[in-house]
Design a binder for this molecule. Structure first.
Ligand SMILES: [Zn+2]
Length: 494
């Protein structure tokens, strides 16, 4: 088993890491427990949040151990890490600190460098998709200042440095320390965890297969949508460009918009051409509303309008306004009958910004997929390649086998999202699609297909046959036309 162990006071961080582990390794391979009930005799992979009074000697030979957050002095000695006893991260680093990631034998981080925080659009969106690393002693913060020759990721700012990740191969165990309680849950570098658990020293240590974030048989998967906060019909020229490229098109609709029969016909035209329609709430309130009841009304009413008035049946999925989701909004969406939602943003609700799609913290059944890449005229670069950041975002997704999603908005007389003309916008979209298509076997799907795949992934269990080959069992009815795949020791099985 993969066992996550935490202190009772770290249960919030533990839920976030637990669901991240489930998204990659499937529910049946992961369990969560606390240090006071710890059983470490069983061979397995152990994740420990803020471990205290623990020695690696307690764990059996052939096990793998991942330490998250604060480690104590004894463990630091065991790992040859020099802890700074007095300095706090915020005395050392600001949001401009950079982490450099170094490759190890069989693994290269898809993102070799990142700042703690970055934005492409006013303190809100990070088109490279990752979440914020903080210095505030929260679960999103660097936990300690430390130095070690075993570092494989190092933080630096001006002349100050600290370890972010250390890596230790002992004769009969391997161990990783990530200097943040939630580890790598909110960036593509999460795939390091999948590598470490599934393939590192496969012949000598315990390993477990993980679920691929993209369907079986493809090298990449991509979905897009426009969030219709303004005029729905203004999406038509871009939709036609996508049709010419044979790329599915999706629209998320704010249902309080004034609409006509022409809008309704247009939505059916999108659906009939292989696209998808999603809810984008009624009134576009932050977090769907000021409390659970407000959020529930928004979620329910927009679903009813899309199903009854627009005849989009069933209306399964939503895109959260501003990508803002508090736990009550997520619970309201689930109770209003949604199966999943798109969210994930660096500015707020970090627990719902996830490296992988599927199960989410503090909810039972509803799934989510993070799509933070906003293709807007005001985010294009003025020098060299205007699409450079977007291409980098796709490259990160491609190398980490992350299901990639991006968004834009329709025009309106009020707001054009930085696009100068429709032609300029269409050209940028086409250029971006052609860049993604230059890779082989890239699957383009609509947002419903993306989220249906994530539902199957969250319902998948991983079992092993007599030859230790992984087998996938779905414990619910299959929703997606695509199949889930797993990887063990760099081999893919489906
Ligand atoms: Zn919106």
């Amino acid at each position: 088993m993969i066992t996550l162990i935490h202190n009772p006071q770290d249960s919030f961080a533990a839920e976030i890491v637990y669901k991240a582990l489930i998204r990659s390794f499937a529910k049946n391979q992961v369990r969560k427990t606390t240090f006071d009930t710890i059983q470490t005799q069983e061979l397995g992979v152990y994740f420990l949040i803020n471990p205290k009074n623990i020695s690696l000697q307690q764990f059996p030979k052939k096990s793998k151990i991942i330490l998250l957050g604060k480690i104590d002095a004894d463990l630091a000695v065991e790992l040859d890490i020099e802890l700074s006893s007095s300095e706090k991260p915020h005395d050392y680093f600001t949001e401009n600190a950079i982490i450099h990631f170094h490759s190890i034998d069989q693994f290269q981080f898809p993102m070799t460098a990142r700042p703690f925080i970055r934005y492409d659009f006013p303190n809100e969106w990070n088109n490279l998709g990752f979440g914020a690393i903080k210095t505030d002693d929260s679960i999103w913060s660097i936990a300690q200042i430390a130095q070690s020759h075993t570092a494989i990721a190092t933080i630096s700012e001006n002349k100050t440095t600290s370890v972010y990740i250390t890596f230790h191969d002992f004769s009969d165990q391997s161990c990783v320390w990530i200097n943040r309680p939630v580890g790598l849950v909110d960036s593509v570098n999460w795939c390091f965890i999948e590598y470490f658990v599934s393939a590192h020293r496969f012949d000598t240590l315990i390993s477990y297969a993980y679920l691929l974030d993209i369907p079986a048989g493809v090298n990449a998967a991509v979905s897009m949508r426009l969030d219709c906060d303004e005029d729905i019909l203004s999406a038509k020229p871009l939709f036609e460009a996508y049709q010419n490229l044979n790329v599915p098109f999706s629209l998320a609709i704010k249902t309080s918009l004034p609409t006509t029969e022409l809008d309704k016909d247009f939505l059916h035209c999108i659906k009939n051409s292989g696209g998808a329609i999603l809810s984008h709430s009624v009134n576009h309130k932050v977090s769907w509303g000021i409390d659970y009841h407000d959020a529930f009304t928004e979620a329910q009413q927009s679903k009813i309008t899309l199903e009854n008035h627009f005849e989009i049946v069933p209306l399964q999925f939503a895109v959260s306004p501003f990508h803002s989701n508090t736990t009550y909004s997520v619970n309201a969406l689930e109770d209003a009958g949604y199966d999943g939602f798109i969210g994930g943003i660096i500015a707020n609700d970090p627990e719902y910004l996830m490296a992988r799609g599927g199960a989410i913290p503090f909810a039972e059944k509803i799934i989510s997929h993070s799509q933070q890449c906003m293709l807007h005229g005001d985010c294009l670069l003025s020098e060299s390649d205007p699409l450079r950041i977007y291409k980098k975002a796709f490259d990160h997704a491609y190398t980490s086998k992350t299901f990639f999603g991006y968004l834009d908005h329709p025009f309106s007389p009020r707001y054009q999202y930085g696009w100068i003309t429709e032609e300029q916008r269409i050209t940028a979209h086409i250029d971006f699609i052609q860049y993604m298509r230059s890779c082989t076997d890239v699957l383009f799907v609509n947002e419903s297909q993306c989220l249906q795949f994530m539902i199957d992934k969250s319902n998948a269990e991983i079992h092993y046959d007599a030859l230790n080959e992984p087998k996938i069992c779905l414990n619910a009815e299959k929703q997606s036309e695509f199949s889930v795949a797993v990887s063990l020791n760099h081999k893919v099985f489906s």
